[in-house]
Design a binder for this molecule. Structure first.
Ligand code: CU
Length: 123
């Protein structure tokens, strides 16, 4: 019942915005390798599909709101390793948003499937 929890219906616009985030070959401007840099803070999207977060690592500039959209057919969670945010059970087609305001590296996982992990780098 956290007030910070925001679950909203995922719209088609989210899927469109996600297209810009695929692939891991984006140019790096320092920081962790293989981390996708969000092209715009307003459209920082992570898609959950195929039992994985994509991109597995996303780099954003604070303050930034990241939207995690469950495009899988089963329920997942987006849970910070340090407990600072938690989507709770996120059924298929729903989305969870979290605002990152402090620079740093945040690791998160799915509590249902411990093999699912992701990283948000806030700069
Ligand atoms: Cu999961």
């Amino acid at each position: 019942m956290s007030l910070t929890k925001t679950v909203a219906l995922a719209g088609i616009s989210l899927a469109v915005a996600t297209l810009t985030g695929c692939g891991g070959s984006s140019s790096s401007s320092g920081g962790a390798p293989n981390c996708t840099t969000a092209t715009a803070t307003a459209t920082s999207q992570v898609t959950i599909q195929g039992m994985a977060f994509s991109p597995a690592c996303i780099k954003v500039t604070a303050p930034a709101t990241v939207t995690f959209t469950n495009n899988d057919t089963i329920t997942h969670t987006v849970t910070a390793d340090d407990g600072t945010y938690d989507s709770g059970n996120l059924p298929a087609t729903l989305a969870f948003q979290h605002a990152f305001s402090t620079p740093g590296t945040s690791h998160y996982h799915c509590t249902i499937h411990p093999g699912m992990t992701g990283t948000v780098i806030v700069q």
